[in-house]
Design a protein around this ligand. Structure first.
Ligand SMILES: Nc1ncnc2c1ncn2[C@@H]1O[C@H](COP(=O)(O)OP(=O)(O)OP(=O)(O)O)[C@@H](O)[C@H]1O
Ligand SMILES: [Mg+2]
Length: 312
């Protein structure tokens, strides 16, 4: 009977609350992460991101609320066996080598991972040539890379990464981005938390923004970023061409620059079709530039909006 049902979301949580003495860290947080989705958890320092992640993984007991991980209660060790986790602050056994650390964590997860696959996992995080070196001699960024390998080694269905790139150099960040895209293409679900908004924008399907323990906004990037703009530098614009521009979206003009506000749900052919039609109408097209407000700008807008108000 159960076979025909759609798979439960990778993460489902509802009404999470956590107080530390008089300080409320998490205040009625609910969200879902679908299977195969890459979701970013964003928000300022102290917003409650790490606390939410720890509640999801059963590392912090919430005062209220429910969590299902891969369709099972978070307390169930079977649910956690399919989850890879990179903590925000961690230290592995300094006397173990990188290869031994991975072998240990695969064993702890109860998954038989052949040595070749473990080596490959170290290679994906750029530590292939340091496999036999002790963790105690690793730099901060190398430890973070090892942490990523630990999160990935037991072939998880859900990967939770608390600031996976905070210690990485620019190449390391780009590598992690590729790694996340590779996970996405393999339908592995990722929940990640990062202050590098540009990165989140590039890899995440959806974001959940936390502020002072509450969900301040959530949605797909298209929903949060709304309309896209298209800036065109044109001359010889006839009245018919102006009509064609207006049909694409609301137009504003400054000199020879026309800015068209494209609807969020436009199809991929909208821009090339518009340009082709303009050329056919005799317009000289000097430049076509996409414009979009960045996630960073949107995030700042949301966080600066009326403090304490309902901003959902
Ligand atoms: N173990 C703890 N004891 C007391 N207070 C805590 C504890 N853990 C977190 N807090 C408090 O809960 C709030 C949320 O902290 P949390 O670590 O979840 O924030 P965050 O969003 O992950 O921040 P950052 O971006 O700095 O990592 C903060 O006010 C913090 O001081
Ligand atoms: Mg944190």
């Amino acid at each position: 009977m159960v076979a025909g049902l759609p798979a439960a979301p990778a993460v489902w949580c509802s009404g999470l609350r956590k107080r530390y003495r008089r300080r409320t860290a998490v205040d009625d947080v609910s969200f879902t992460v679908g299977r195969g989705e890459v979701v970013g958890l964003l928000g300022p320092n102290g917003a409650g991101k790490t606390t939410v992640i720890k509640i999801l993984l059963g590392l912090v007991r919430p005062d209220a609320g429910d969590v299902l991980l891969l369709g099972r209660p978070a307390r169930d060790p079977q649910a956690r066996a399919r989850v890879g986790y990179l903590p925000e602050l961690f230290r592995y056994q300094l006397w173990l080598t990188a290869a031994e650390t991975l072998a240990l964590h695969a064993r702890l997860a109860g998954v038989a991972v052949p040595a070749g696959e473990r080596r490959e996992c170290l290679a994906t995080v750029g530590l292939a040539d340091r496999a036999g070196d002790r963790v105690g001699g690793f730099s901060k960024g190398m430890q973070q890379r090892l942490g990523l390998a630990v999160a990935l080694v037991a072939r998880p269905e859900l990967v939770v990464l608390d600031e996976p790139t905070s210690a990485l150099d620019p190449i390391g960040r780009a590598d992690v981005r590729d790694l996340l895209l590779a996970l996405k293409s393999r339908q592995v679900t990722v929940l990640l938390n990062s202050h590098l908004i540009g990165e989140v924008e590039r890899v995440c399907d959806r974001v959940v923004i936390l502020d002072k323990g509450k969900v301040a906004a959530s949605g797909t990037l298209a929903e949060l970023l709304g309309q896209r703009e298209l800036r065109l530098r044109l001359d010889a614009v006839s009245p018919e061409a102006k009509e064609r521009l207006a049909a694409a979206g609301r137009v504003t003009r400054s000199g020879d620059t026309f800015t068209v506000a494209l609807p969020a749900d436009q199809d991929v052919a909208a821009v090339p079709d518009l340009v082709a039609d303009l050329v056919a109408l005799g317009v000289r097209v000097h430049a076509v530039e996409p414009g979009r407000i960045s996630l960073e700008e949107r995030l700042l807008d949301i966080l600066r909006a009326e403090p304490g108000g309902d901003r959902r």
